[in-house]
Structures are given as structure tokens and as C-alpha cells.
Design a protein. Structure first.
Length: 313
């Protein structure tokens, strides 16, 4: 599924985002699936999903693990969580997702705003649109029904893989090897202690690079890894320099910032609580500049799937 490109009065166009569901390791490409065909979706889908899988409160005299040790534990835990999802043993919830997408002009003032309220099942990804507003006006009738139909078509089969031109990057040692990782200390995130890891691209030459590497090789940021569960608790990513596609002929990504915060539920499941980001660049002859925010809350178990879920202190 996807949204069509259109030109605003300020020549600012941007795709639409929806929710992210995952257990332990985030699949950020899911967040961007409503923006199929847009440059910022390309960057997000090819970059943010694998980076999110990677991810100071200093203790005097205490020896910290190395970044490599923390990432190895994170990878191990992510693989276990993926196996749980595949065998339908992962905790299952539904929640309310509130999202806001703004197209911006050259002065970062919004020209168009779209807001959604969506009921989402986790980790299946089933969607049900509850409310749609465009520039503050609630949409009904055919406009709402068309958008609701698109939301309803979201299914697990469309989340990952190369279906519909979507790209997926495996999270493994090879991916980690492309970054310099530095553990800088500890900090509290959501009342829990997390290791803080700074990452930036190394300068290794990789001939015949796929197009996804053009973004992956030019981003840096921080990951907060929960000290007890070795799960991603927080992520911040930014683009270090401009990325051109086909030498700039088909477009460019000029600016990108992205942040993700997760929360641990009472049964130990880690789920995405909030997302935000800014993307700016060009597609062919059109400029795009957009900002999005999303927040998921509260989380409830699906009927018959266990006790009510809640955030740990």
C-alpha cells in the first residue's frame, strides 16, 4: 500500500507513516509503509529498520562491557524474539496509534497536516482506521472509506521482504561491521538503566554497493540498550551528509533525523511508544520537506491472550 505523490502550494511533498509493531527488535520499515515510493520512505525503510535492531549513568569503579559484547547480546535476544513471532508465541496486544504528518515549506512551516487515530494489533500489524483529519477537519464519507481501506490492507505479508519493491536488510554481524561502535556509559531511560552506544560509519570500501548502502554509509547516532533485557530502549539517528540517488538525477536526501522510544510492558515485551522525524530532499523535479510524530498508548492484551498489560515503573 502507499500514498500518491502530490505537489503542495509550497512544492513540498511527503509520504504518510503509520504504526510500528515489533517484539524486542523494531521493524521501522513498517512505520513508513504508507509512504511507498517517496524518498523519505526509501531512506527510512532501507536504513531505520536495521539500525533500530542494533542499538551516562556512570558507576565509578565498575567495569563496563564493550560495545561489541552488548551488541552481541542484543543480536542474540533479537533472534529469540523473531523466533517467538514466527511461532506465534510472542505476546499479542492492541493499542491506539495517534500519528501526525506535516508537509513543510522552505521555512519549516507546515502547509498540509494529516492526523490519524488507528487501532493496531501487535505483532500481527492488523490496522483499523478510527479517525482521519486533514488540516484539522475530520474526514468522512468516501475520503475516510478510501483511507480506511488502505489501512485495512496492511498485513504481515507486506511488512518485510522485497514485495512491492520494498527492501529489507538483514541484521547480522556483517551489518554491525560497517559501523564504529563506542559504549559511552549508562543512562536511565523510562526509569530503567541502559547502555549508551554511539555509532558512526567506518570508512571501509565496499565495491558494488546496493542503493541501500548510500544511506547506511552516511548516518550516525546513538542507541540505548536496556542493561537487564538487552533490548533497544531508545534510538536517535541523523544523516551526516547529503545522499544522491543516481547522481542526483532521480532525487536526493538532504536532511534526516529520526528518534524512537520503546517501553517495556509488564510481561517483558518491548514495544514502540513514540516515533518522530524530519526528512527533506528532492524527488525528480519536486522538493519534499516533512515532519512526522507518532505515539502508541495504551497497550491492552487481545481478548483471551492474558492479563492486562502495563508499563513497568
Amino acid at each position: 500500500m502507499g500514498s500518491r505523490w502530490r505537489r503542495s502550494t509550497a512544492r513540498s511533498t511527503c509520504g504518510r507513516g503509520d504504526g510500528v509493531r515489533d517484539h524486542g527488535s523494531p521493524n521501522l520499515a513498517q512505520v513508513m509503509r504508507n509512504a511507498a515510493g517517496t524518498p523519505w520512505r526509501l531512506a527510512a525503510h532501507t536504513l531505520l529498520w536495521p539500525l533500530a535492531l542494533m542499538a551516562g549513568l556512570s558507576v565509578q569503579g565498575q567495569t563496563l562491557p564493550t560495545a561489541a559484547e552488548v551488541m552481541a547480546r542484543l543480536l542474540e535476544q533479537a533472534q529469540k524474539n523473531a523466533a517467538q513471532v514466527e511461532t506465534n508465541r510472542a505476546p499479542q496486544y492492541y493499542y491506539l496509534l495517534k500519528s501526525k504528518l506535516e508537509n513543510l515549506d522552505e521555512n519549516d512551516r507546515f502547509t498540509e497536516r494529516e492526523e490519524k487515530q488507528i487501532e493496531v494489533e501487535f505483532p500481527s500489524g492488523n490496522h483499523r482506521l478510527l479517525k482521519l483529519l486533514k488540516d484539522g477537519v475530520e474526514q468522512t464519507g468516501a475520503v475516510f472509506e478510501k483511507e480506511a481501506e488502505k489501512e485495512g490492507r496492511i498485513s504481515p505479508a507486506n511488512k518485510m521482504g522485497k514485495k512491492g519493491g520494498r527492501l529489507t536488510i538483514a541484521f547480522n554481524e556483517e551489518l554491525l561491521a560497517r559501523y564504529e561502535l563506542t559504549l559511552t556509559g549508562r543512562q536511565r531511560v523510562g526509569g530503567r538503566v541502559a547502555y549508551v552506544i554511539f555509532f558512526e560509519p567506518n570508512k571501509q570500501s565496499r565495491p558494488n554497493k546496493p542503493k541501500s548502502d548510500r544511506v547506511l554509509d552516511k548516518v550516525a547516532g546513538k542507541l540505548w540498550i536496556d542493561e537487564e533485557d538487552y533490548a533497544l530502549a531508545k534510538l536517535e539517528v541523523y544523516l551526516q551528509e547529503k545522499v544522491r540517488f543516481w547522481g542526483g538525477l532521480f532525487g536526493a536526501l538532504n536532511k534526516m533525523t529520526f528518534s524512537l522510544e520503546k517501553v517495556r510492558l509488564a510481561d517483558g515485551a518491548w514495544v514502540d511508544r513514540s516515533l518522530s522525524g524530519v526528512f527533506a530532499g528532492q524527488k525528480l523535479f519536486d522538493d519534499f520537506n516533512c515532519r512526522f510524530e507518532q505515539r502508541a498508548d495504551p497497550f491492552h492484551p487481545l481478548p483471551g491472550r492474558g492479563q492486562p498489560a502495563g508499563s513497568t515503573p
